[in-house]
Design a protein around this ligand. Structure first.
Ligand SMILES: [Zn+2]
Length: 395
C-alpha cells in the first residue's frame, strides 16, 4: 500500500527493477549458475564455485561446520528462531538430510507467514530459513527446487508488503562504498544518448548519483534478512517520488549491476525528463549491460532483455551508438521491445517532477554535475602541470 502512495500511480506501481531471468526449479534442473543459490550457499560458508555447479556438485557439498549428527541443525536453527526450529523438527523428524517439499515449507513457515502480516521478517528468521533450505539443497539440490520456489513465493509477497526488514543506511562509511563504486571505472564507458528518453548519460552523471546518496538526497535502504531477500524477484528499486533506493540482493555481482541500473533511474528522476516506462527501463538495462561488459567481459546472455541489452551495450562501447546510425536505432528498439515483454506497461509515461517540486531536483542535480566537471578540470589541469614539471625535470 505504502508503495502505491509513494509511487503516486493511480492503478499500478511503476516497477523499476531487475527481474532475475530464470525460475529456480529450471535453474536447478538445467544446471544454471544463479546468484540466489550463491547467496544461500555463501551464508553457509560453502567454498564451491557455483558457476560450475551441477546436481552432482550440490550433492557433494561440504559445508564448513555443518552438523554431522542429527540434532545439530536443530540446535543451530533453535538458536536463531525456536518456532521455526520446532516446526522443522516435527516435519523432518530431525533429519538434516530431509528433502523439503512445498508442503513442508508451508508447515515450517506457518508462524513466520502469520507474523509477517504485521511485522518485518527478522534477520534471525531469515538466517534460519536460509539454513534449513541449504540443508535440503545439500541433500539434493534438484529435488529441493519446488521448496526453494515456495520460499521465493513468500519472499516476493513479503517484498511487496515491505516486510523484508528494510533498514536505512545513514552512516557515511556505509554509503561511501556505493559512491566510490559509482565513481570508479565501472561506468567509465557508459556514454550514450538514448533514442527513447533523449537523455544523455555519461560517467559524471553516476558520480553525481553517488553524491546525491552521500548527501542523503537519495536515501538508501538495505534489506537485512540474512540473505533471504536474495530470493526476491526484485533485486533493487528506486522510488522516484520519495527518492528512496531499496536494495534487496546482497550478491556482489548482482548488486554492482543493480547500482548502475538503479543509478540510471536516479539520473532520469533528477534530470526531470518525462518519458515512457519501457524507454526508461531500456536505458537502465543498456547502462547496466555496459557496466557488466566492463566488469565481466564474458557476461552471459541470460534472457531476451539481457541478450538485446548486451548487443546495444557493445555498440555503446564501440562508439557506434550514435543517432545517425540505423543499426543503433534498431538495437535500441529491440531492447525496448524485450523490456516491454517483461514490464508490460505499454504507453505508461513517468513524470518524475513531483507536485510542488518544480525544477528543484533538476537545478540541484545540474549544480552537482557542474561541480564535478569543474573539479575534474582542475584535477586535469594539475595533472597536466605535474606532467609538464616532470617532463622539464626528467631527462
Ligand atoms: Zn529499472
Amino acid at each position: 500500500m505504502v508503495r502505491f502512495h509513494l509511487l503516486g500511480q493511480s492503478t499500478r506501481p511503476v516497477l523499476l527493477y531487475i527481474r532475475p531471468p530464470w525460475d529456480f526449479s529450471r535453474a536447478l534442473t538445467q544446471n544454471y549458475a544463479f546468484s540466489s543459490i550463491f547467496i544461500v550457499s555463501l551464508c553457509m560458508n560453502v567454498s564451491e564455485r557455483v558457476s560450475t555447479m551441477n546436481d552432482h556438485h550440490f550433492q557433494n557439498l561440504r559445508i564448513e561446520g555443518f552438523p554431522t549428527h542429527m540434532s545439530r541443525l536443530f540446535d543451530d536453527l533453535a538458536a536463531l528462531d525456536k518456532k521455526i526450529a520446532d516446526r522443522w523438527k516435527i516435519r523432518t523428524r530431525d533429519n538434516p538430510k530431509h528433502i523439503l517439499s512445498t508442503a513442508d515449507i508451508d508447515f515450517i513457515l506457518a508462524d513466520v507467514i502469520r507474523s509477517a502480516r504485521t511485522t518485518d521478517i527478522t534477520e534471525k528468521q531469515g538466517l534460519a530459513i536460509v539454513m534449513l533450505l541449504n540443508a535440503s539443497l545439500a541433500a539434493n539440490a534438484a529435488k529441493s527446487g519446488p521448496a526453494l520456489d515456495r520460499v521465493a513465493y513468500y519472499v516476493n509477497i513479503w517484498e511487496k508488503a515491505l516486510r523484508l526488514n528494510m533498514q536505512p543506511i545513514v552512516d557515511v562509511e556505509d554509503l561511501l562504498p556505493i559512491a566510490l563504486f559509482l565513481r570508479n571505472g565501472v561506468v567509465s564507458r557508459v556514454i550514450f544518448k538514448s533514442p527513447g528518453t533523449k537523455i544523455s548519460y555519461a560517467p559524471f552523471d553516476y558520480i553525481a548519483v553517488g553524491q546525491l546518496i552521500l548527501n542523503r538526497d537519495v536515501q538508501v535502504f538495505m534489506s537485512k534478512t540474512g540473505g533471504l531477500s536474495a530470493l526476491a524477484d526484485v533485486s533493487g528499486e528506486y522510488w522516484h517520488e520519495a527518492n528512496l533506493f531499496m536494495i534487496y540482493n546482497m550478491e556482489a555481482r548482482e548488486r554492482r549491476l543493480n547500482f548502475v541500473h538503479e543509478g540510471t533511474h536516479i539520473i532520469q528522476d533528477w534530470e526531470d525528463v518525462s518519458s515512457f516506462v519501457h524507454e526508461r527501463e531500456a536505458d537502465a538495462f543498456i547502462a547496466q549491460a555496459v557496466a557488466e561488459l566492463t566488469l565481466y567481459p564474458d557476461a552471459p546472455e541470460t534472457d531476451d532483455v539481457s541478450l538485446k541489452s548486451l548487443a546495444a551495450a557493445k555498440m555503446v562501447i564501440n562508439k557506434t551508438a550514435i543517432d545517425s546510425n540505423k543499426d543503433w536505432q534498431t538495437a535500441y528498439k529491440n531492447v525496448v521491445i524485450a523490456v516491454g515483454h517483461v514490464y508490460k506497461q505499454y504507453g505508461v509515461r513517468v513524470n518524475p517532477v513531483k507536485k510542488g517540486e518544480g525544477a528543484s531536483e533538476r537545478t540541484k542535480y545540474r549544480e552537482i554535475v557542474r561541480e564535478i566537471t569543474i573539479a575534474n578540470k582542475i584535477r586535469d589541469a594539475i595533472l597536466d602541470k605535474v606532467g609538464e614539471t616532470l617532463n622539464s625535470v626528467l631527462p
